[in-house]
Design a protein around this ligand. Sequence first.
Ligand code: ADP
Ligand code: MG
Length: 397
Amino acid sequence: MNLRVLKDIDVKNKTVILRTDYNVPVVDSKISSTFRIEASVKTIKYLINNNAKIIILSHRGRPKGERRQEYSLGIIKDELSRLLNEEIHFFNDINESDIKKKISKLPFPSVILFENIRFYPGEKKGNSELAEKIRELGDVYINDGFSVCHRKHMSVYTLPKLFENKCAGYLLQNEVENLYKLTCEPESPYVFIVGGSKVSTKLDVLKNTIKYADTILIGGGLAFTFLKSFGFEIGKSLFESDMVKECDNIFKEAKEKDVNIILPIDVIAAKSIDDSESRIVSRGEMEKDDIGLDIGPMTAEIFKGAIMGAKTIVWNGPMGMFEKEQFAKGTIQIAKFIKEATEKNAFSVVGGGDSVAALNQLGQIDSVSFVSTGGGAMLEMLSGIELPGINVLKEES
Ligand code: ADP
Ligand code: MG
């Protein structure tokens, strides 16, 4: 695999630029899942123990290159400080003229957190000017933000190209080692469970998954565009009209490759998302003002059959609007089936911000073989695509 890891490079007394992923879910100004922050602690502690000065770069949300306070990393600073039991120095702007001086004045070891790197338009564009500015601040580059490794962004791709001394942190190393197991001849039957809100965000994943899965179970909001493409009434459920053709293509391709795609046969429907009165409706009987917000019990039984027979299970995307108790049952059941299959020796992997939050909410983070911090990155990696953010760590600069 020839990925350089922490033990391969010297970080003692060095200033380290560390890319992490603090894109955590926030509800009512509170972090609802600290999983990603906790996952970064091991590498940071190792660096502190090596007397390093650590400059952390991360993003949160989609501020689109603008300074938008609702996406500030200030909320991360407090939680990280609590988890590390260390003071965190928060830097508001990379472009401050005396930033280098300010950093050099801090003692070894110190932990510095920069404001959301996506506040700068250059981040997503992979801008080299911005990268060069940050390059000046450190001696070593470490990437521990697995979930952004599929992007050629400045802090993931352009910046590490400028470093000779660079490697993967513990989190990234762990992700690569675990997911690698799935790419070299995973044990069959391989069941892929996909949910979440939109077909458009899962389209590539679905196309890629057809190459290696035996069965694909589709729940969540995206199931409704598929159902509509077969002519079912879906009322006011989530629907993407421009994805209907793509849904057809996916089915055709799956048929050619002998992959079994299973859609919900019943759903939990309500007249509004705040409705406390929901009903079980078979997929042929939805009314024009129904919104489908979870998979139904018969669907869960069918999904159970596939999951319990699997040797390899990958899950991305909740089965319904699990944030609301009345629409969380499908997601809870799927988590339970995966737990049981894992106890019967299936290798199970769960990834995706909301999926992991759901698992956390259920207190079931330990019931799967591996919890990935990556959504898109995990799925791209599983489909055999080489991720630019990982490849760049292997290169000599
Ligand atoms: P992940 O972050 O795990 O990749 P997604 O971001 O794709 O998952 O999707 C999670 C979101 O999908 C959740 O906020 C959930 O409420 C929503 N969702 C799931 N099913 C439905 C549905 N039937 N209708 C509306 N929203 C849904
Ligand atoms: Mg999500």
